[in-house]
Design a protein around this ligand. Structure first.
Ligand code: KIV
Ligand code: NA
Length: 272
């Protein structure tokens, strides 16, 4: 199978509507990418790996090195999805030039097809600079986790008119700047619907209602790896429970010396 392309994703939205919603999940490792790839249109190497993989308490400390290493692994593990890599905090905000250098490094080291960065109007110049130089950019508006220290937490955005107008203006600005898609995080349904209706590029929602052109979740959240998840997450499995149960069975088997058994031993005929 040929890998999907950024223009193909952008082209899924025709005359303001997306017939088949765009499916996106995060992946941080090659094996997870392999398992998710055939079911997705896009795989996001999210800087959420800071919390999910590294146990950090926000995405702020995530480095370019981490994003490059995990991005390369996900690219190697996938065959058909468009791989998008998050630009980490501090790697793009200072200037379009800084953003270009970081994005070019990410693309060279990972083979990804696009980068994602957080911010609306304030990042429009940067998005325009990258897009014009061969780097497809996915924007990210609404709740932007890298701004946790400025926002004072991870509350949903757009609860009053000023916030709502700001998110709409941000979405318009990144669209005009040349972003190929927008992740909308943590906003009320009417705002997501209004953005999706008013911009020509696909909107990918997370905690932003079914009004978006596509959906993204952190794979580990969706798989039920965590006991506590935000309201917008649906757990499609209970991997945390299954992993502890498997570890418990393994531990008992070792302690009672029933593992390893004959079938795991070299030099013993199977079934003997
Ligand atoms: O880092 C991340 O996982 C994201 C999302 C949109 C889920 O940015
Ligand atoms: Na992110």
């Amino acid at each position: 199978v040929r890998r999907l392309t950024v223009p193909a994703i952008q082209g899924r939205k025709v005359d303001g509507a997306t017939a088949e919603p765009i499916v996106m999940l995060t992946a941080y490792t090659a094996r997870m990418a392999q398992l998710l790839d055939t079911h997705c249109d896009m795989l996001l190497v999210g800087d959420s790996l800071g919390q999910v993989i590294y146990g950090l308490d926000s995405t702020v400390p995530v480095s370019l090195e981490m994003m490059c290493a995990h991005g390369a692994a996900v690219r190697r593990g996938s065959y058909q999805s468009v791989v998008v890599v998050d630009m980490p905090f501090g790697s793009y905000e200072a200037s379009p030039q800084q953003a270009f250098e970081s994005a070019a490094r990410i693309m060279k080291e990972t083979g990804c097809a696009a980068v994602k960065l957080e911010g609306g109007e304030v990042m429009a110049g940067t998005i325009e600079f990258l897009s014009a130089r061969g780097i497809p950019v996915c924007a990210h508006v609404g709740l932007t986790p890298q701004a946790v220290n400025a926002l004072g937490g991870y509350r949903a955005r757009g609860r009053d008119d000023a916030e709502r107008d700001k998110i709409l203006a941000d979405s318009k600005a990144v669209t005009d700047a040349g972003a190929f898609a927008i992740v909308i995080e943590g906003v009320m349904e009417p705002i997501a619907r209004e953005i999706t209706r008013s911009v020509a590029i696909p909107t990918i929602g997370i905690g932003a209602s079914p009004a978006c052109d596509g959906q993204v979740l952190v794979a580990e959240d969706m798989l039920g790896m965590f006991e506590r998840v935000p309201r917008f997450v649906k757990r499609f499995d209970d991997m945390a429970g299954r992993i502890s149960a498997a570890a418990e069975r393994y531990a008992s088997a070792v302690r009672e010396r029933s593992f390893p058994a004959d079938e795991q031993l070299y030099g013993v005929k199977r079934g003997s």
